[in-house]
Design a protein around this ligand. Structure first.
Ligand code: PBG
Ligand code: ZN
Length: 325
């Protein structure tokens, strides 16, 4: 008779054993909740392709934030829907732009809630690209100044951290320099460092009305086939002054999260994006999967891969499920 010396099942036999030897702990404080904010009053408009997620006017968002705070979620990332779109995305950096208004209102009522802002042009430009366009081309250096202006306007409104998502070369440095010059040297930058040109952003573009009106984003976002290139992107952003680097999307890019975490001694964030969320919701609506278990499994996998925290549309529900577990 063969007796295995080591029996892995021993430590799986009781939930108390399993807890003792669990390697990854997903906590509510690992989660950041994305919020879409629009002009108007009393608006809580469901986003079709993202069940459970809404467009909020500032007043309605504040109601939602009571739940976010009560759930123990430490922060949110804000995406704005402007009143007007133009060639240069001018509402993105306007003092009365939607994000600046929202940040002021939120920090006023929820001073302890971490408010991160997405810094980009695509939701504000008539052409829907993340940079300035001339002759059908997305101009890199002409965009940097605008991105820095956007970041500064958010920080002046009270944002705790800015997150550039455009993927122009050199934008972290441009933002860092302007923030330092204006007395905001203590405001960190969360750089969307390895951001892939992904089909997983489909539902978000409906939510943010940010679909490019011509072409696609492959000239600035990364090729999904590349991993080493992610290290170059992360390296550059860190050299330019990024405090935290982000990998996006998350679930199809767990190898990239691990690679970045093992290569650089910096915090790594992961964005569990709209398409990843929509797939889970669709399968759950059909009754094909156990949604709470699947969501906790997915988020745990992202942490296990090396993410320090996760931006996820599941945050509010996951926080409730975690507190019951
Ligand atoms: C804007 C931006 C996008 C996302 C975050 N910031 C969309 C894009 O690049 O097209 C995607 C988020 C998601 O899909 O949940 N640059
Ligand atoms: Zn963009």
């Amino acid at each position: 008779m063969y007796y295995p010396v080591f029996r892995p099942r021993r430590l799986r036999a009781k939930s108390s054993f399993r807890q003792l030897v669990r390697e990854t702990q997903l906590k509510v404080t690992d989660l950041i909740y994305p919020a879409f904010v629009c002009h108007g009053k009393g608006i809580r408009e469901p986003i079709q392709s993202m069940p459970g997620i809404h467009h909020f006017s500032i007043d309605a968002l504040q109601e939602e934030l009571k739940l976010v705070q009560a759930a123990g979620i430490p922060g949110i990332i804000i995406f704005g829907l402007p009143k007007v779109k133009d060639e240069r995305g001018s509402e993105a950096y306007a003092r009365e732009g939607i994000v600046s208004q929202a940040v002021r209102a939120i920090k006023d009522k929820f001073p302890d809630l971490l408010v991160i802002t997405d810094v980009c042009l695509c939701a504000y430009t008539s052409h829907g690209h993340c940079g300035v366009v001339a002759n059908g081309k997305i101009l890199n250096d002409a965009t940097l100044e605008l991105l820095a202006k956007i970041a500064l306007s958010h920080v002046r409104a009270g944002a705790d951290m800015v997150a550039p998502s455009d993927m122009m070369d050199g934008r972290v440095k441009a933002i860092r320099l302007l923030l330092d010059e204006t007395g905001f040297d203590q405001v960190p930058i969360l750089a969307y460092a390895a951001k892939y040109a992904s089909a997983y952003y489909g539902p978000f573009r409906e939510a943010a009305a940010s679909t490019p009106q011509f072409g696609d984003r492959q000239s600035y976002q990364m090729d999904p086939a590349n991993a080493i290139e992610a290290l170059r992107e992360v390296y550059l952003d860190l050299q330019e002054g990024a405090d935290i680097v982000m990998v996006k999307p998350a679930l199809a890019y767990l190898d990239i999260i691990r690679l970045v975490k093992d290569t650089f001694p910096y915090p790594v964030a992961a964005y569990n994006v709209s398409g990843e969320y929509a797939m889970v919701k669709a399968a759950a609506q059909k009754g094909w999967i156990d949604e709470p278990r699947l969501v906790i499994e997915n988020l745990t996998a992202i942490k296990r891969a090396g993410a320090d925290f996760i931006l996820t549309y599941h945050a509010l529900e996951a926080a409730r499920w975690l507190s019951k577990a």
